[in-house]
Design a binder for this molecule. Structure first.
Ligand SMILES: [Zn+2]
Length: 298
């Protein structure tokens, strides 16, 4: 099936490129003063970062639609059209977008600045696999925001100071949330929590915590009966009273596990899509508070 889809998307891309070649140059690089910098991002948190830093000077669109699990996303022909009309394409990197090469091929030779927002991030791995969820670590999100800020400055030098100022104030908010929770987590004896898919590795690294998950890094693979049994035993041995559940992963398995061990199910946000109308900082604060509550239970 995957092969058929790839072949199909190749045909779609080629058809699209041929039809594009006859179009007039897009107006994105004209120098009028009212022109907003048009940025296409891949996933939700990058949209919010870019809006925070860009303010009114920037128009941001997101490729992966709301309420879609980005690990399952495949770009459509319409998406490529929107991409080509942007000044920049900012993606997360670290393998979050399995389709990034496909997009980069389409953008090759076009006047769209392609930016890997994870450049300079301290990469974490799980075995051989790179963990793509860098934005869930406040310390690494800061680096991604810095890359976004530099991108906006390179596209719109005259508003450099605006971007620097917006970045500085957002950076302070990230740091203040980190500084608020670091001593709280340090004071706890319990460090392990259970979640839906293994998205919280960077968050855990920031605060010296450990996640155990129902699904793997890419939100794939429900646990085998044996794995489920080992999770159940882990919960019982560690008196775990809370199982975190992500609306985009598989809440059903979290619920089964919770009922098996007499724990309650609490929502946690991966921010892979906008959820419950919460901003990035609100969702991060909620995650940290819920994890703290879970770990401080006796
Ligand atoms: Zn994920």
């Amino acid at each position: 099936m995957k092969k058929i889809i790839s072949a199909l998307s190749c045909i779609l891309i080629s058809t699209f490129l041929i039809s594009c070649a006859t179009k007039k140059a897009s107006p994105q690089n004209t120098d009028d003063n009212n022109h907003k910098v048009k940025v296409m991002v891949s996933i939700y948190p990058l949209k919010e970062f870019t809006e925070k830093i860009g303010g009114d000077n920037v128009e941001v669109n997101c490729l992966v639609p709301d309420n879609m699990e980005p690990h399952d996303y495949e770009p459509k022909t319409k998406d490529f059209e929107n991409l080509i009309n942007s000044d920049a394409f900012i993606y997360n990197g670290l393998g979050m977008e399995s389709w990034a090469d496909q997009v980069n091929n389409v953008l090759d030779g076009k006047k769209v600045l392609v930016v890997d927002s994870s450049k300079g991030v301290e990469i974490r791995k799980e075995g051989e696999l790179v963990d793509p969820h860098s934005w869930l670590g406040l310390t690494q999100a800061k680096k991604q925001c810095e890359n976004i800020k530099d991108t906006l400055i390179s596209l719109d030098e005259k508003n450099k100071q605006v971007y620097e100022d917006n970045y500085e104030s957002f950076k302070l908010e990230l740091e203040s949330l980190y500084n608020e929770y670091l001593p709280k987590f340090e004071s706890l004896a319990k460090k392990d929590f259970i979640t839906g898919h293994a998205a919280f590795g960077y968050l855990c690294r920031d605060f010296g915590l450990t996640q155990k998950s129902v699904e793997n890094l890419y939100g794939e693979g429900e646990p085998t009966p044996k794995e489920l049994e080992s999770l159940v035993n882990f919960c019982k041995d560690n008196k775990i009273k809370t199982i975190f559940s992500e609306s985009l992963a598989s809440p059903k398995v979290s619920e089964t596990l919770a009922s098996e061990v007499g724990a309650s199910v609490v929502p946690i946000y991966t921010l892979e899509s906008k959820e419950d109308n919460k901003s990035y900082l609100e969702a991060m604060k909620s995650d940290l508070e819920e994890i703290y509550n879970c770990l401080s239970q006796k």
